[in-house]
Design a protein around this ligand. Structure first.
Ligand code: 5GP
Ligand code: MN
Length: 354
């Protein structure tokens, strides 16, 4: 169960009630947990305080999340930076959701760091940047930011159960939690199930969420998955599986943002695979997703070799061309060499810790 001090909750409520203009900030390439938590909080703040609330995103969210986001709620900084910067400057309160420091907000970082208003963090990643926020709600003992936000909202005056929230907020909390747990496959705590029970009792349509998240893909995604399994996936003897989708593969299947979601989990279903990496070429970077089995640290691998970070068993980062790789053709050799080195470096501490 997540607990913060009584004072933290009362200060948060005071800040919510006294802020006319609120900006909810999500990380770059926002996922379901980021957009779900921001949409849920937007709905609550409007209903409870009549606040002027908008979501600030460093770039666009994938269209696969359309069902949980109201487009007019969102400012996409990559399409109008001046609007985003002006919004930050005019905000009474900034709430960071689903990231632990402003560096994950790309070009918004300097505006957010420079803003003089009150700042709140609500997040479930390791090592939050405590110094940047006046109030911090951070815990890794929850499934998702959506779950953490749910527990916080339950402590607000006048809210005792999910049915006291706007219906749409309850729906978004369930949807975001479902994406981050991969439909209850990872990071499920007793408190996650209590939250889900309360949300279901409040009338959240979980079947609709499942339909939108897992039964609404285009045929292209499945064809691309076929290529992943038959052609792109490499399985090494040392427990690492990886796949690279370069620009040609992405073009071949006409893949859009969000359509490779979950691909990184597939190789982990093999016995003996301890790490799975999925890399996708995007302009002059490869975006990297890493998943690991219990006892192996995806977040350490992401920090050490992929300019990233994340959770113990689900992390990510990026490789830049030419800073990290001379050219796109070098990516497979890089992955093989750094993962082998990582396993070698970790072998001793890992077995000693057990
Ligand atoms: P995904 O593989 O789904 O894109 O990301 C999995 C997790 O890795 C995210 O929830 C986030 O915690 C973390 N992550 C992904 N990309 C980055 C990154 O560039 N930097 C950091 N610090 N974490 C990342
Ligand atoms: Mn999350």
């Amino acid at each position: 169960m997540v607990r913060f001090s009584r004072k933290s909750y009362s200060t948060l409520h005071e800040w919510f009630s006294s802020a006319g203009t609120v900006s909810l900030v999500v990380h770059a390439r926002p996922d379901g947990d980021a957009m779900g938590s921001a949409s849920a909080l937007a709905g609550y703040l409007r209903k409870a305080f009549g606040s002027d609330v908008l979501i600030l995103a460093p770039d666009a969210y994938p269209s696969t999340l359309d069902f949980m986001v109201t487009p007019s709620d969102v400012i996409d900084a990559s399409s109008d930076m001046d609007l985003a910067a002006g919004r930050i400057a005019g905000s009474d309160l900034i709430v960071s959701l689903d990231h632990g420091d402003f560096s994950r907000t790309d070009s918004l970082e300097r505006h957010l760091a420079g803003a003089r208003c009150r700042k709140v963090l609500i997040d479930h990643h390791q090592s939050p940047d405590l110094a940047s926020y006046g109030l911090v709600f951070s815990s890794v003992d929850v499934s998702s930011t959506c779950e953490l936000l749910y527990h916080i909202l339950m402590r607000m005056p006048g809210v005792r159960r999910a049915s006291d929230l706007p219906q749409r907020s309850a729906f978004c909390l369930m949807a975001g939690m479902t994406t981050d747990t991969n439909n209850f496959a990872n990071s499920v705590f007793p408190s996650t199930l209590s939250m889900a029970a309360d949300l279901l009792a409040a009338g959240v349509d979980r079947n609709l969420i499942l339909d939108r998240l897992y039964s609404s893909y285009r045929e292209n995604r499945l064809r691309a998955m076929g290529s992943l399994l038959l052609e792109r996936m490499h399985v090494s003897g040392n427990g690492v599986a990886y796949a690279v989708f370069d620009r040609q593969t992405i073009a071949r299947f006409g893949l859009q943002d969000g359509e490779t979601e979950g691909f990184v989990n597939i190789p982990l279903s093999m016995s003996g695979v301890r790490f799975s990496l999925f890399l996708k070429e995007d302009g002059d970077v490869f975006r990297v997703s890493i998943r690991s089995k219990k006892g192996f640290s995806a977040s350490r691998m992401a920090r050490r070799y992929f300019n990233g970070g994340g959770h113990e068993n689900a992390a990510g980062g990026r490789l830049r061309i030419p800073d990290d790789l001379p050219s796109a053709d070098d990516v497979e050799a890089y992955v093989e060499s750094v993962t082998a080195r990582f396993l070698q470096d970790e072998a001793l501490p890992q077995t000693e810790q057990k």
